[in-house]
Design a protein around this ligand. Sequence first.
Ligand SMILES: Nc1ncnc2c1ncn2[C@@H]1O[C@H](COP(=O)(O)OP(=O)(O)OP(=O)(O)O)[C@@H](O)[C@H]1O
Ligand SMILES: [Mg+2]
Ligand SMILES: [Zn+2]
Length: 282
Amino acid sequence: MEQFVDAGANSNIIGTDAPRPQDKNPEGIDRIIAIASGKGGVGKSTVSANLAVALAAKGLKVGLLDADVYGPSQPRMLGVSGRPSSPDGQTILPLRNHGVTLMSLGLMTPEDEAIIWRGPMLMGALEQMMNQVEWGKLDVLLVDLPPGTGDVQMTLSQKFFVAGAVVVSTPQDIALLDARKGIDMFKRMEVPLFGLIENMASFVCDGCGKEHHPFGSGGARAEAEKLGAPFLGEIPLDLDIRIGADGGVPIVVSKPDSPQAQAFSRIAEQLINSETYAQAVL
Ligand SMILES: Nc1ncnc2c1ncn2[C@@H]1O[C@H](COP(=O)(O)OP(=O)(O)OP(=O)(O)O)[C@@H](O)[C@H]1O
Ligand SMILES: [Mg+2]
Ligand SMILES: [Zn+2]
């Protein structure tokens, strides 16, 4: 990392000579797709979990790496508990649920215990979760990132061949420019952009049955257009999505025919039909 970042006043400037690793992915993983956002709490983990099961439902071999090393949430969202085993003391056997292979630091620590390692240890943990886990043959490994443009994002893009990034934002996130920062970072890291997803775009009201847009609408679509990036779709703000995510059964599994689940399914389809996806295989 030190070779790419000037730690001084211009610490946001990344050297232009940063090479993209071309052959560093763990054996058997065809594509790494990063799920990112500028701001926290916009629904990256919810989107990651639902996209993972939607892709698996389309017959793909799917892994999900919870790279939110400070606040891992995938064990809860995918309803996975228990500790991964390591019969040989070298490699770690990941756990599986809903057709998705999962690895998360949250599986290695009690849920209510804070992870208090320092940065370098966490980057070591990220690399270990990539390299020492028996992922098996995967068409896609989704990586659920922590918010922002920090060490985890940089380490992932520099040490591995990331097929592309999906940026999740809420309508007001776009208004606050945070998502643009995330997009800008991947651009500088030469990671292609699959496109933008607008989460919590609207809700259907209990009272009047109409669709409301509490944060305005169309922000992410407009932003994507401005950036020349694909707009992958919108996900409504919805109680069932929240209950599914926090209860370990993503809505794509519990109510696959619901419009909300269909929205995730369409996004999964767009991803695998995109040029970025076709070009990404090593
Ligand atoms: N479309 C949605 N409708 C309803 N609730 C949602 C939706 N998307 C996410 N949530 C809820 O919002 C909360 C935050 O979502 P989530 O944890 O996925 O965000 P995040 O971007 O991963 O957050 P962090 O930055 O902390 O990692 C969760 O309780 C989740 O269930
Ligand atoms: Mg998260
Ligand atoms: Zn209403």
